[in-house]
Design a protein around this ligand. Structure first.
Ligand code: GLU
Length: 446
């Protein structure tokens, strides 16, 4: 059987880091199996779903390189949901309930105060025709619940292993709102069935939903897919990652932080698994090595420092070819390969290239210590005259060694500080070539 996986974001916000991880893991699994990847937009909640968010989610996935083979919107499938809902009503698997949210809240509170689990008491099943009429006369409209069988529910989770629930410990889930709109649970199950999804990959916050979904698959007469529930990630301090932390959206990682997509992919592909987190420039090795068995059940920490470390490593190995189209947007049309190769090892983010461009092209606040003045004057005088190339540095340095008593740091650091105003940066042999004889002389003397 060929594998078919879906990623099912709700367009009620941007794609944030936690959801991106689900997308990345699902996608890697699908590609590992040569399977099919469906993007399903869970937009049944017409009030909260926004087309702008759907767009941002798609752009974020595209930027990450997570292509999809097929896309579906739940809002286009309402007729199909109604059809299944009508059938389930006929089968006696859905029942009408009339409680208001306040009444339900009160019930829960009372149960909890008595030390009882706050599961729905199925009052809806006991209503007489008279009671129903009274509610309807009051103007109440019913919401509908799916009646769970009070039997054991079990599945072998690809990440969590054997999972067991019992129907009687769970509330019958609401599947249809008062206004007649269907809710996530049943729609998701109908879609997973109709689209032939073989593996449902999602966060562990859905585990108990899955227990109810298993019975829904059975009720609509379809096969139950396999499940893999990923442990939710926390921030570096162990706190819960909030969906609302806008700073952790994929869009902000791209636009505001200016990070590389493969940095996020590299981190998320391996976070919470026993495989080492390494910087990858391409998907291939990640696809090949993907294995659910390597994922752990414990909460992994998302550390932005680690993301930056990966980002830097990826940049250090990025070829000029792969990056050159991005320079003009930064106002750096003249960047050439030699410049890229020289500064690349010093970049944490691509935008740092602007600083190095300024260092090599603009005026710099260079540093000349009093005690180095004579040495630097001497260095300027000893600069090779003949045309500059790969050997320039070596011949310059050997004549500096011959003519001064300086060596090691005392020899190099004053040069670096005079040339760049900094103590760290691109390799000096590359740097002097980028600067050229004029600027080198000028900076050594000013
Ligand atoms: N729209 C749901 C969510 O974002 C999908 C969950 C699922 O994968 O079934 O949580």
């Amino acid at each position: 059987m060929s594998v078919k996986v879906r990623f099912a974001p709700s367009p009620t916000g941007e794609l944030h880091v936690g959801n991106a991880r689900t997308a990345i893991v699902s996608w890697l699994f699908a590609r590992h199996c040569d399977g099919h990847f469906l993007l399903r937009i869970d937009d049944t909640d017409q009030e909260r779903s926004k087309i702008e968010y759907e767009k941002i989610i798609e752009e974020s996935l595209e930027w990450l390189g997570l292509n999809w083979d097929e896309k579906a919107n739940q809002k286009d499938r309402m007729d199909r949901y109604t059809e299944v809902i009508e059938q389930l009503k006929k089968d006696g698997r859905l029942y009408a309930c009339y409680e208001t949210p306040e009444e339900l809240g009160l019930k829960r509170k009372t149960q909890l105060s008595r030390g009882l689990p706050p599961t729905y008491d199925r009052a809806g099943l006991e209503l007489t025709e008279k009671q129903i009429k009274a509610y309807e006369d009051e103007g109440r409209k019913p919401h509908w619940r799916f009646k769970l069988n009070h039997t054991p529910i079990e599945w072998e989770d690809r990440i969590r292993g054997a999972v067991q629930f019992h129907g009687q410990d769970l509330s019958d889930p609401v599947v249809l709102r008062e206004d007649g709109s269907p809710l996530y649970h049943l729609c998701s199950v109908i879609d997973d069935a109709d689209f032939g999804i073989t593996h449902v990959v999602r966060g562990e916050d859905h585990v108990s939903n899955t227990a109810t979904h298993v019975q829904m698959f059975e009720a609509i007469g379809d096969h139950v897919p396999e499940f893999a529930h990923l442990a939710l990630i926390s921030d570096a301090e162990g706190g819960k990652l909030s969906k609302r932390l806008g700073s952790l959206s994929v869009r902000s990682i791209r636009e505001e932080e200016g990070l590389e997509p493969m940095a996020l992919i590299s981190l998320m592909a391996r976070l919470g698994s026993s495989e080492p987190i390494e910087a990858f420039n391409e998907m291939k090795p990640l696809i090949e090595s993907f294995d659910f068995a390597k994922f752990s059940r414990s909460t992994p920490k998302f550390d932005t420092e680690e993301l930056l470390r990966l980002n830097a490593k990826i940049l250090h190995e990025t070829s000029f070819e792969d990056v050159k189209d991005r320079f003009s947007a930064m106002g750096l049309d003249q960047v050439e390969e030699s410049f890229w190769l020289a500064v690349r090892p010093n970049l944490e983010r691509l935008s740092n290239i602007q600083d190095w461009w300024k260092v090599t092209n603009g005026p710099v606040a260079n540093i000349i210590e009093e005690e180095d003045k004579d040495y630097l004057e001497q260095a300027a005088n000893l600069l090779p005259e003949s045309s500059w190339g790969q050997d320039t540095w070596n011949s310059w340095i050997s004549s500096l060694k011959e003519n001064t008593d300086r060596k090691g740091k005392g020899l190099f650091m004053p040069l670096r500080k005079a040339l760049t105003g900094m103590e760290h940066g691109p390799e000096l042999p590359d740097l002097i070539l980028l600067l050229g004889p004029e600027k080198v002389k000028e900076r050594l003397r000013s």
